[in-house]
Design a protein around this ligand. Structure first.
Ligand code: UDP
Length: 480
């Protein structure tokens, strides 16, 4: 471990909860601070249940020298955690066990000037309060969810029934009404532990010295969420901590393996804007029936594609959240018979994990069918790629609505109820129709041109003189 005494630059620490959707943007923010703002960062990592991809992303040889990865001592969670547990409950338990050593680690690091956590690492507030270290939160979802999260403790007191049974949308202060259909999974059953833990974490948001949000001023102009948090009396009375739009911070470099090289050289041979990337984040998995419909739908669309594929999971939609990268099985065993052969000239099938940012940044990529995790959504916007939205879990339905209705760079797929009354399914014909609509249709071109405008404004926000860059500079100066 690095002793704080060795460090001469201002020293900050980061602490994400498990899961790549949180680790990736916090790591990018840490890199941004080190590269552009001359600080030293200790990036504290929970390795308990870490995925193979996490180890790859944190390889010290790929990180700037002023960014040190510090592994928290491994915690034994075997008596508290099991595979059937829901995500936030499991994350909360892992954090509780892992943070038993956090106090000692921060002291050994000679007390960094501030700690930056994500929304589920909130037990750190109490440890840092005792040590006198200010804690900032990095919110890895859109400001839309932040506004709802600030409001949730009040909503919880005022509403007795399930939110989904309310006869009207939810009126988040200062914002446009939010459809209950779009609520995140954790808010669908208030009797479930998942809800209780989500409520607990967001109730602590007011303890933060400030909240960084992965967005930028121009994107926020398309909606009223950030403006509401900054100006509506509800948030002033709370009081909500200052909220800083510092993004879009996305993965910039990716480790490219030999099989990735193959994907990129295949893309080099395709015409511009002709390939659809299909990828469902770090955790997304489909049922066997849905995977078959997706594969055949892609084939029927006759469009070029890269399909990142995982073994189907009929029970949960986030089947690889804790172990992505370990599941590189042979897709022939679960894709429709003959599919790989029939589509060999049309598309590529990539098991488990692909270099998503490199693919989105390639000129041959013209569309992205995504589960709408916020990192994936930002990566698409930063590269000017229109989206087909396929929300699966967490807050993704909310993100999908934002992308289709407010930002207008995405189109949704219509699912129908399964014949036997089970989970809804998007049928092959619908997949083929929407894929062609985005890749070939006039509306696809309009969405692409809107996405390109956002690409330029995102690049501007992150350059010296841009809104996000300058905001971060002023915060770092105030810290120094
Ligand atoms: N990702 C990737 N390759 C894949 C799938 C995902 O590099 O095959 C990355 C993606 O670029 C993004 C992250 O994993 O940075 C997923 O984060 P997101 O917030 O989109 O979704 P989550 O995994 O949290 O559901």
């Amino acid at each position: 471990m690095v002793s704080g005494q060795e460090v001469t630059k201002p020293h900050f620490a980061f602490l994400p909860s498990p899961g790549l959707g949180h680790l990736i943007p916090l790591l990018e923010f840490a890199k941004h601070l080190v590269i552009h703002h001359n600080v030293h960062v200790s990036f504290l990592v929970i390795n308990t249940e870490a995925s193979a991809v996490q180890h790859q992303l944190l390889d010290p040889s790929t990180l700037p020298s002023d960014l040190r990865v510090i592994n928290l001592p491994p915690a034994d969670v075997s008596s508290r955690v099991n595979d059937s547990m829901k995500v936030i409950t499991r994350l909360t338990y892992i954090c509780q066990e892992s943070f038993k050593h956090l106090r000692a680690t921060l002291i050994e690091l000679n007390l960094p000037k501030a700690l930056i956590i994500d929304i589920f690492a909130t037990d750190a507030f109490f440890i840092c309060k005792e040590l006198g270290i200010p804690v900032y939160s990095f919110f890895t979802s859109p400001t839309k969810l932040l506004a709802l999260s600030f409001y949730l403790p009040k909503l919880d007191k005022e509403v007795e029934c399930e939110y989904v049974d309310l006869p009207h949308p939810i009126q988040v202060p200062g914002c446009k009404p939010m459809r209950t259909d779009d609520l995140l999974d954790q808010l669908l059953n208030r009797k479930d532990e998942e809800y209780r833990y989500y409520l607990q974490h967001v109730s602590r948001l007011t303890m933060a010295a400030g909240i960084f949000v992965n967005t930028w001023d121009d994107l926020e102009l398309k909606s009223n969420w950030l403006n509401a948090i900054k100006n509506d009396p509800f948030y002033k009375i709370l009081p909500a901590p200052p909220v800083y739009p510092v993004g879009p911070l996305i993965k910039r470099e990716e480790v490219v393996t030999e099989s990735d090289e193959f994907i990129l050289s295949w893309l080099d041979k395709q015409v511009p804007n002709s390939v659809l990337l299909v990828a469902l984040g770090s955790g997304g998995t489909l049922t066997a029936e849905q995977l078959t419909e997706l594969a055949i739908g892609l084939e029927m669309s006759k469009q070029k594609f890269i399909l990142v594929v995982r073994k189907p999971n009929d029970l949960i939609a986030h089947g690889t959240f804790f172990n992505v990268g370990k599941d590189r099985d042979d897709p022939v065993s679960y894709l429709p018979e003959g599919f790989m052969k029939r589509t060999s000239g049309q598309g590529l099938v990539v098991p488990s994990w692909a270099p998503q940012v490199k693919i989105l940044g390639h000129e041959a990529t013209g569309g992205f069918l995504s589960h709408c995790g916020w990192n994936s959504s930002l990566e698409s916007l930063v590269h000017g790629v229109p989206m087909i939205v396929w929300p699966l879990y967490a807050e993704q339905r909310m993100n999908a609505t934002l992308l289709t209705e407010e930002v207008a760079i995405g189109v949704e797929l219509v699912a129908v109820s399964a014949v036997a009354g089970g989970r809804k399914v998007v049928k092959r014909e619908e997949i083929a129709r929407v894929v062609r609509f985005v890749m070939e249709g006039e509306e696809g071109k309009v969405m692409r041109s809107k996405a390109r405008e956002l690409k330029q404004s995102a690049a501007k926000a992150l350059k010296s003189g841009g809104s996000s860059y300058d905001l971060v500079s002023s915060i770092v100066e105030s810290w120094k």
